[in-house]
Design a protein around this ligand. Structure first.
Ligand code: C2E
Ligand code: CA
Ligand code: CA
Length: 422
């Protein structure tokens, strides 16, 4: 049974921008040459555009192992026009007869598989499966519904907005030393008609990918400031607790719009700037965002580095950004969840200790995420971290439940044994 392989040079456009079209035309010729050498028996080899090549193979059952050796061979560095260029390739494979009745269907199937391979960052091979088409359909439907849902966001936060499909819930962050309430993280939820609450992990990537995140993100900033300005102040903090809002890397790309959105939210809500914190992940920290972060910091707003420990940035680079706290990704504490003293557990614990020590050295607050058990809390406290967040204290709750939650956390802190103090 014949099949089609689509081979694409990952981030070819970037290479074109860096090296220029003359060098990249040579690169394409070298890639084509290698393809011809390794796939001599292919029925057809063609360039279909950009850095993408198509290969018709007569025996699709061997396509996967074939694709592996092709990927390895094509990813070796090239010397073209005096430049040494390293590229990776991704490959999508479709078999005729599987689901494809015509050449255009075969092409479409291979291109769906190729996109799937590149969506995960590239350097991957994917074979077309019918479930991929179903997922695309489901995602398209989700996008249509999400766009319609955005239209329900109220313009005015003062008026009741019964039909708004989005909600912001708040999860407390408490001091590890004495259980005192320090702040809340704002977490957005989408109440999808007939389907109930949808996790942000499902719709935030969609919102980022479609560029709609700014509309939702601006509303979350405004809503969180508006709500926080009305919360009762905890006894330990008469000026009121902090509220932390997640900011997507896409929002940070338009620094001026983000700053305007924060300034507007603070002005309209009356929330003091030092009660607002913005949470950013390492992926947001492109070279040119330093200026925006400095401006936000100068407004008096705090900055937190989210999901710390999962990225690849160097420490020396990170400490040049004006963060006041780091949030230790919950995967570290989760790895200490079992009773066994296996290597994974020890690594998680050592990482938390190391990050806590680093936080202390640089005067940063360290927040441990995902604390679910008293044992995990104890480990975080022994490690010297400052705050915790997790189901042990509370899940994220709707704004209407905040006053009761504040009372509950204060009552629990008051009953803490003096020997808990360190
Ligand atoms: P995140 O910023 O790391 O938020 C913490 C996530 O961990 C939340 O999931 C929270 O409910 C969950 N969590 C908290 N404590 C525990 C625990 O003890 N155990 C476990 N297993 N999970 C815990 P959620 O609300 O589903 O949010 C997922 C992610 O979606 C967030 O991860 C954040 O990256 C993103 N997100 C949420 N709201 C917003 C938003 O308004 N804007 C943007 N850009 N992203 C958001
Ligand atoms: Ca966060
Ligand atoms: Ca996090």
């Amino acid at each position: 049974m014949p099949g089609l392989m689509l081979i694409d040079i990952d981030r070819f456009k970037k290479a074109n921008d860096s090296f220029g079209p003359f060098v990249c035309d040579s690169l394409l010729r070298s890639v084509a040459q290698r393809l011809r050498t390794l796939a001599r028996d292919a029925a057809l080899i063609a360039r279909v555009g950009g850095g993408e090549f198509a290969l018709i193979v007569t025996d699709a059952s061997a396509a996967l192992s074939r694709a592996k050796s092709l990927m390895e061979f094509l990813s070796r560095s090239y010397t073209v026009e005096g430049h040494v260029i390293s590229v990776s390739v991704s490959i999508g494979i479709a078999c005729a007869g599987d689901v494809c009745d015509s050449a255009s269907e075969l092409m479409h199937a291979a291109s769906v598989a190729l996109h799937r391979a590149q969506n995960g960052g590239g350097a991957a091979i994917r074979q077309f499966q019918i479930s991929m088409l179903e997922e695309i359909k489901a995602n398209d439907a989700l996008e249509i519904e999400f766009r319609a849902a955005l239209a329900t966001l109220p313009r005015d936060l003062h008026s009741a907005s019964g039909d708004c499909q989005f909600e912001v819930h708040y999860q407390p962050q408490v001091a590890l030393l004495d259980g005192r309430l320090n702040g809340f993280e704002a977490l957005v939820r989408w109440r999808r008609p007939q389907r109930g609450l949808v996790s942000p992990d499902k719709f935030i990537p969609l919102a980022e990918h479609t560029g709609l995140i700014s509309i939702l993100g601006d509303w979350v900033i405004a809503k969180a400031c508006f709500d926080a300005a009305q919360w009762p102040a905890p006894r330990n903090c008469p000026t009121g607790s902090r509220v932390a809002v997640n900011i997507s890397p896409v929002q940070l790309q338009d620094g001026a719009a983000l700053i305007a959105s924060i300034a507007k939210a603070l002005r309209q809500s009356g929330l003091p700037a030092d009660r607002l914190e913005v949470e950013l992940t390492e992926t947001a920290l492109a070279a040119d965002v330093g200026d925006t972060l400095d401006k936000i910091r100068r407004m008096g707003v705090k900055l937190a580095l989210d999901d710390f420990g999962t990225g690849y940035s160097s420490l020396s680079r990170l400490i040049h950004f004006p963060f006041s706290s780091i949030k230790i990704d919950r995967s570290f504490i989760a790895s200490i969840d079992c009773n066994s003293r296996d290597l994974g557990q020890q690594v998680g614990e050592k990482m938390i200790c190391a990050i806590a020590a680093m936080g202390q050295a640089f005067g940063l607050t360290t927040v441990v995420e995902g604390i679910e058990t008293p044992e995990q809390m104890e480990i975080a406290r022994r490690a010297g971290c400052s705050e915790m967040q997790g189901y042990l204290v509370s899940r994220a709750v709707p704004n209407a439940d905040i006053a009761g939650l504040i009372q509950g956390i204060e009552a629990a802190a008051a009953t803490k044994e003096p020997c808990d103090e360190r």
